[in-house]
Ligand binder design. Structure first.
Ligand code: ZN
Ligand code: ZN
Length: 148
């Protein structure tokens, strides 16, 4: 039987948990599974909606806390919160974002040119740069269509 991408991801997840002494609870596993392959940069509420059927006893607060834990261990990352709500990202390799200011859609952007962008001196003078992410704010095609 072929190992699916999901199996592979779950294996990685369990390995990271073990390394960090984090127990793999059914809730954590369900929350993680709900995120696999998700490119929509979901809000905690979106994740909650996906798993509440399977875990009726789980609270939104638990989902919030679990996502924060995942972020702490580098399992997922946070998209720069330009909206009132935090958005999570399954893609942990460096990339950029195209964000629609109207519908709040967040699209991943991978661009070779942006990889080698010169970093302004003001950034590196007194600080240690960890990474950077560029955000292009747009009105997306769908929203443009609705405007006209
Ligand atoms: Zn839009
Ligand atoms: Zn992203």
């Amino acid at each position: 039987m072929a190992v699916t991408q999901e199996d592979q991801k779950i294996k990685e997840f369990i390995a990271i948990c073990r390394e960090n002494g984090l127990s793999v609870t059914p809730q954590r596993l369900s929350i993680y599974k709900a995120l696999i392959g998700d490119t929509s940069h979901p809000k905690p509420e979106d994740v909650y909606k996906r798993i509440e059927k399977e875990h009726p006893t789980i609270s939104l607060a638990t989902v919030y806390k679990t996502l924060e834990t995942f972020e702490h261990y580098g399992i997922i990352s946070v998209v720069t919160p330009l909206h009132n709500t935090v958005r999570y990202d399954m893609m942990t390799q460096p990339h950029h974002h195209i964000v629609c200011v109207k519908c709040k859609k967040v699209i991943d952007l991978f661009d070779e040119q942006l990889k080698d962008l010169p970093v302004p001196e003001q950034v590196t003078k007194d600080n240690r740069l960890i990474n950077y992410s560029i955000q292009y704010n747009v009105v997306c095609a769908e929203c443009r269509r609705q405007q006209s």
